[in-house]
Design a protein. Structure first.
Lengths: 86, 154
C-alpha cells in the first residue's frame, strides 16, 4: 500500500535537491535505507551526502539502515545533515 | 522581573537580533539567587579565511521539540532549576552578534551553571539547526558540530 508523505530538505541536502520540501508517494512499510533510496532516485545528487545524513520521521531521528518504519498519510520525513546549531 | 509562578520553559527561534536582557528577565524569579547565561556569538574567521556572513536555518517544529526534551532532562538532573529560556537566531547573523542565548535560573548557582553547560552541549548534538559560513569570493561551507553523532569524522 502506498501513502503520501511530506519530505523536508535542509542545509546541504536542500542545495543538492534544489528543494526545501516536496510531497511523495511511498510504501507505508519500508526501511529507512529504502526510503533514502527512493529520495536518491528522485534526486541523484543526494547520494553525495549518504554517509553523513540521518532521517527524521515524525520528528524523531532515525539512522539510514534496516530500521523499519510504518508511515501514514501526511507524515513528515526530513533529511538531516550534520547539525550546526548553537 | 516576573512574579513567582509555575516553572517556565521558554523557546524562541527568531530572525530578530537577540537580547541578553530579554532572556535574563524571562528567567528571573524572586526565589532564585542565580541566573546563568550563555551567549554563543559568531566569529569572523575560520582556518584563516575571513567569514563575511553566517546564515542559520532550522527544522523549526522539531528544533522546538528537541529543545523541550533537553529541558525535561535538565529538570530531571537539576531539580532545583526554576526557569529555562533558549533564544536562537535564524537567517543572516552578522559577525560578532549572538546566535544563541541560554538563560537558566536556580536558587543557588551550582545547578544553573551546570545546567547551562549541559544545555549548550546537548543543543549542539541534537537540535536540528544548521549554520552556513559565507567567505570571500562567494565560497561557503555548511558547518558540522563535532558533538553531532552523524558528523563524519575525517
Amino acid at each position: 500500500m502506498t501513502i503520501e508523505v511530506s519530505v523536508f530538505y535542509f542545509a546541504k541536502s536542500a542545495e543538492l535537491t534544489g528543494l526545501k520540501s516536496e510531497t511523495i508517494r511511498v510504501a507505508s512499510e519500508l526501511t529507512t535505507v529504502e526510503l533514502w533510496q527512493g529520495l536518491v532516485s528522485r534526486h541523484p545528487r543526494l547520494s553525495a551526502v549518504r554517509d553523513s545524513v540521518v532521517l527524521a520521521v515524525r520528528q524523531e531521528y532515525l539512522a539510514l539502515g534496516d530500521v523499519r518504519v510504518s508511515l501514514r498519510d501526511g507524515d513528515e520525513v526530513a533529511v538531516i545533515p550534520p547539525l550546526s546549531g548553537g | 522581573m516576573s512574579a513567582e509562578g509555575d516553572p517556565r520553559d521558554l523557546v524562541k527561534l527568531t530572525h530578530d537580533k537577540l537580547s541578553v536582557d530579554t532572556v535574563s528577565d524571562s528567567v528571573t524569579c524572586p526565589s532564585c539567587g542565580a541566573i546563568s547565561i550563555f551567549i554563543g556569538t559568531t566569529r569572523d574567521s575560520f582556518e584563516g579565511m575571513k567569514v563575511m556572513q553566517l546564515e542559520y536555518e532550522a527544522y523549526i517544529p522539531m528544533a522546538e521539540s528537541e529543545l523541550r526534551k533537553i529541558y525535561t532532562d535538565i529538570r530531571a538532573r537539576w531539580p532545583t532549576v526554576r526557569h529555562i529560556c533558549v533564544h536562537h537566531r535564524l537567517g543572516v547573523v552578522p559577525v560578532t552578534e549572538a546566535s544563541v542565548i541560554i538563560g537558566i535560573s536556580s536558587p543557588h548557582r551550582g545547578d544553573s551553571l551546570e545546567a547551562v553547560q549541559y544545555c549548550i552541549d546537548t543543543l549542539k548534538a541534537t537540535v536540528p539547526i544548521w549554520k552556513k559560513e559565507v567567505y570571500e569570493a562567494d565560497e561557503s561551507c555548511w558547518k558540522e558540530n563535532k558533538e553531532c553523532q552523524w558528523t563524519c569524522q575525517s
